[in-house]
Design a protein around this ligand. Structure first.
Ligand code: S3P
Length: 443
């Protein structure tokens, strides 16, 4: 990608109802895991509906640099010949992908060759001590640069450990579980609440002995095993991408939109619960199972919302959806109060500060709190030029805010939407939104 492409902007006009039925690209979390697990499994894995986006392409590139043979039938259909990794010629570049670098660090800690994991300037600002601490406790030889990447990893014998996660992070949990495959004894991870469990589901389906005990299955034990069976899966649609379209439909009068084939894993559906509690007219149908994950269609009709209070375990179940929830809260009657969401400050950007600052440019009043925010609605927005900050979920949330602003809105630095949702602008346009990708002023 060139620097120019990343500076694309979206111009949005409000007013048009969003109608019809569409699907969203494959789940980002599952797509990262699919290529990593296929790389370490023995034999030929088949992956369909894989997410071809900025973050996941970075992971795929790293896997290729590690000597794994990948057949790409089309952008979203891969055959991966796993089992024989070799040292890469240079540092592995995970670009903006936090999930990519943290999970891959767990795998690389167990290899018998050294590696260096690095990424973009944005990734270099994100905390890595949360994974280097537990991996070092397992005996891994892993060094960060002042708690950030690049990570230098050298071969070491790994021990099984019992580790209580200080934050409910699926990335940290997964890094430990992946390293645990190479340890000399079982590893137990205790999570404070139910963080997304795709790693556990996928490892189990590939034949790994992984069990969950305790209240809500929050104690997870993995018995070491480096003989993973190959993967054969169709990646479900990403509920985190669907959330932008659903909130757009909710807030745009006369909308009636259905997003099909969406992952409904209960560790990911906090946003559906939150919107339902806010009064959204939302209905699930065609619920079935795909690749060991629940999936279904979500229909949403424009609704008058009321504010709500969110804290505790729900936060983890919708950690990526707070930027878009902020937009919904602006239109909801009464107070929306979010607590226990300090993790938002260490995502691609400080998502509390950045969303509050950008939405203020549209005329919003938002009270920022250390671990969340408070919004009293409903509020009217005016059009303005806002900045996506090279953070995909910020750029997409601001685009949806533009749909409910009184005049035209321009989102600059919006090309990062492609990090998780390639075709985001086209999807919105296909259901009726008035949006122009690029600099064109004709709308
Ligand atoms: C992810 C876990 C979450 C989430 C990220 C994807 C994953 O991060 O924010 O977008 O795929 O495991 P944390 O686990 O650090 O909260």
């Amino acid at each position: 990608m060139t620097a120019d492409v990343r500076q694309d902007q979206f111009t949005i006009r409000p007013g048009a109802a969003l109608l019809g039925e569409l699907s969203v690209p494959g789940d980002k979390s599952i797509s990262h895991r699919a290529v990593m697990l296929a790389a370490i499994a023995r034999g030929k894995s088949e992956i369909r509906n894989w997410l071809a986006a900025g973050d996941t392409e970075a992971t795929l590139g790293a896997i290729r640099d590690l000597g794994i043979q990948i057949e790409r039938h089309d952008a979203n259909t891969l055959t991966i010949h796993g089992g024989a990794m070799r040292p890469a010629d240079g540092p592995l570049n995970l670009m903006n992908a936090g999930t990519g670098i943290r999970l891959l660090a767990g795998i690389m800690a167990g290899q018998d060759f050294p590696s260096i994991l690095d990424g973009s300037a944005q990734l270099r600002r994100r905390p890595m001590k949360r994974i280097t601490d537990p991996l070092q406790r397992m005996g891994a030889d892993i060094e960060s640069s002042d708690g950030a990447c690049p990570l230098h990893i050298r071969p070491a014998k790994l021990n099984g450990i019992a580790y209580e996660l200080p934050v409910a992070s699926a990335q940290v949990k997964s890094a430990i579980l992946l390293a645990a495959l190479y340890a000399n004894a079982p590893t137990t991870v205790i999570q404070p609440g139910p963080a997304r469990d795709h790693t556990e589901r996928m490892l189990r389906s590939l034949g790994v002995d992984i069990s969950q005990d305790g209240a809500d299955g929050n104690t997870i034990t993995l018995v070491p095993n480096q003989h993973l069976n190959p993967l054969d899966m169709t990646v479900p649609g990403d509920v985190s991408s669907a959330a932008f379209l659903l909130v757009a439909a909710l807030l745009t009068p006369d909308s009636d939109l259905t997003v099909t084939g969406v992952n409904l894993n209960p560790t990911r559906t906090g946003i559906i619960d939150a919107l339902t509690e806010m009064g959204a007219d939302i209905a699930l149908s065609n619920v079935s199972e795909q690749a060991g994950e629940p999936i279904g269609d979500i229909r949403l009709r424009a609704s008058q919302l009321r504010g709500l209070e969110i804290g505790g375990e729900t936060v983890v179940r919708m950690i990526d959806e707070f930027p878009i929830l902020m937009v919904a809260a602006l239109r909801a009657e009464g107070e929306t109060l979010v607590r226990d969401a300090k993790e938002l400050r260490v995502k691609e950007t400080d998502r509390i500060a950045v969303m509050a600052a950008e939405l203020r440019k549209l005329g919003a009043e938002i009270e920022e709190r250390e671990d969340g925010f408070r919004i009293i609605g409903p509020q009217s927005l005016t059009g303005a030029v806002v900045d996506g900050h090279d953070d995909h979920r910020i750029a997409m949330s601001l685009t949806i805010a533009g749909l409910i602003a009184a005049e035209g809105t321009v989102v600059t630095d919006a090309a990062c939407a492609r990090d998780s949702f390639p075709g985001f602008a086209e999807a919105l346009i296909s259901c009726g939104a008035r949006l122009l990708p690029s600099n064109s002023q004709k709308l």
